[in-house]
Design a protein around this ligand. Structure first.
Ligand code: F0G
Length: 457
């Protein structure tokens, strides 16, 4: 008998208290920090959906492994456990440990980027794009058209547009393309998966033009679960086999271990090319650390080695993907506009449709995110004109989409927490027409979403 309720496949072993606050208190708190959710004390947040990065709960086996961490500078046994766990899923010749994903990106693009170089992806994550641009190379997004349409129900909205990729390669010239990237799942595109078929096609095209192909694989296990669920011929496959097949299609990867590897910190760069690996290791020693620990303590390496065995559990992934969809589908059924279909790690509220009376340059996403905090103590993240609107030449233009991301930390909140989130969203939606826009009262020179102050209009 299969029951309809999919339970959390874990029980609570250790808890962190949530300090309850009232709406009145929260109104004062958020006003006091210039209406910027990043500036709140996290103790003043009830349900923290700012990010799924490093915010998940570790298992007791991970905590036990932390006690076994060996802090030898070189050749620690913790390093070998970590390396074996990575290579068990991603059998690349070289594994280069970093303190988080963006450090792996910084090293890779320092080695491969530079003026005149152009690097395509389905959609670059913002740190990936920033690291490419910092090297003076150009980052280009070539996701399929459905991936840019919040209401399209395409099962693999993270797929690369293959026609556009081939045109791009011919137009740009192979010599100017140091690497082709693919983000799985496509975080900036709504946490949407990429199909195995599409990965195979990109891999084949890279082989045809003799181009290296790298994965940004932060949410690889969630992506593999979507492949198993949605792609023809995959429903009987083991997740580990799907992950290995994905790995076999690429020449290397960058990784944030703060996502699917179930760590609070960590990352890596893995690849087959010996000469490139040597160059990257030299950069690693310069900025991160010795190649057998990179930016991490031995105990972190231990926790990640265990996390990598837990993340590929079918029971966990079934719960993970179903529980994210539980939130998104419930909101959608209440008539609340969300990006569809629901992705793996987050639900994206469509603030443009939620607050059609607030123009883009009055930041509807910010208005919605602040209101969710005031009404229910929920912290989401604006992904819209606040984040992307300021251009390098100083002008301000509306972002293509106005979203509020509710990212779900792994193994952290229960279904009643999520039922509460649904109730709060419904309440805010009921009163949506009363919400007003914001203006920016204080703005830093760059990455303004982190530190700007906002004043209500
Ligand atoms: N690539 C993707 C697809 C990511 O989502 C992130 C981080 C990174 C790279 C960078 O990794 O944070 O370890 O340096 N995403 C977080 C988020 C910050 O909230 O989506 P990092």
């Amino acid at each position: 008998m299969e029951f309809k309720t999919i339970i959390e496949p874990f029980k609570i072993h250790s808890v962190a208290t949530i300090a309850m606050t009232t709406q009145e208190q929260r109104e004062k708190l958020i006003t006091g920090v210039g209406n910027n959710l990043f500036s709140l004390h996290s103790d003043d947040v009830l349900i923290d959906l700012l990010t799924d990065s490093g915010t998940g709960a570790m298992s007791r086996n991970q905590w036990a492994a932390i006690q076994r961490g060996d802090e030898s500078y070189a050749g620690s046994p913790s390093w070998f456990k970590f390396k074996d766990a990575v290579q068990n899923l991603f059998p690349y010749t070289h594994v280069i440990p970093t303190h988080q994903g963006r450090a792996a990106e910084k090293i890779l693009f320092t080695a491969l980027g530079g003026p005149g170089k152009v690097i395509p992806s389905n959609t670059h994550f913002d740190t990936t794009r920033a690291n490419i641009e910092y090297s003076k190379a150009e980052a280009v997004d070539l996701v399929i058209a459905e991936g840019r349409d919040p209401s399209s129900l395409h099962p693999f909205k993270g797929n690369m547009d293959l026609v556009a990729l081939e045109e791009f390669i011919i137009k740009t010239g192979v010599a100017n393309i140091p690497v082709v990237m693919m983000t799985i799942t496509n975080n900036s595109g709504g946490g949407q998966p990429v199909s195995l078929e599409n990965l195979k096609a990109v891999s084949a095209m890279c082989k045809k033009y003799n181009l290296p192909f790298f994965l940004d694989a932060c949410r690889f296990a969630e992506n593999a679960w979507f492949i198993r669920e949605r792609e023809a011929g995959q429903s009987e496959c083991n997740i580990v086999d799907i992950v290995r097949e994905i790995a076999s299609l690429a020449d290397g990867m960058t990784m944030s271990a703060k996502k699917d590897p179930l760590g609070n910190i960590g990352g890596w760069l893995a690849l087959n090319d010996d000469a490139l690996a040597e160059k990257c290791r030299n950069l690693l020693i310069l900025t991160e650390g010795f190649p057998t620990y990179g930016g991490l303590a031995g105990r972190d390496l231990e926790a990640l080695a265990v996390g990598l065995t837990e993340i590929v559990s079918h029971d966990y992934l079934k719960y993970r993907i179903t529980s994210t969809a539980y939130l998104g589908n419930a909101l959608s059924e209440l008539g609340i506009p969300v990006m569809l279909p629901i992705g793996g790690h987050a639900v994206y509220l469509d603030a443009k449709a939620f607050l059609p009376h607030i123009p883009a340059l009055q930041y509807p996403g910010q208005s919605l995110a602040v209101e969710l905090y005031k009404v229910g103590g929920i912290r989401g993240c604006e992904i819209g004109t606040v984040m992307f609107g300021r251009k390098p030449d100083g002008t301000e233009v509306a972002a293509p989409m106005e979203l509020v991301r509710l990212a779900i930390p792994r193994r952290t909140y229960t279904q009643s927490h999520i039922d509460y989130v649904i109730e709060v969203c419904a309440e805010v939606h009921k009163n949506a027409s009363r919400l007003r826009g914001y203006k920016i009262a204080k703005e830093p020179a760059s990455l303004r979403h982190f530190t700007s102050e906002f004043a209500p209009l």
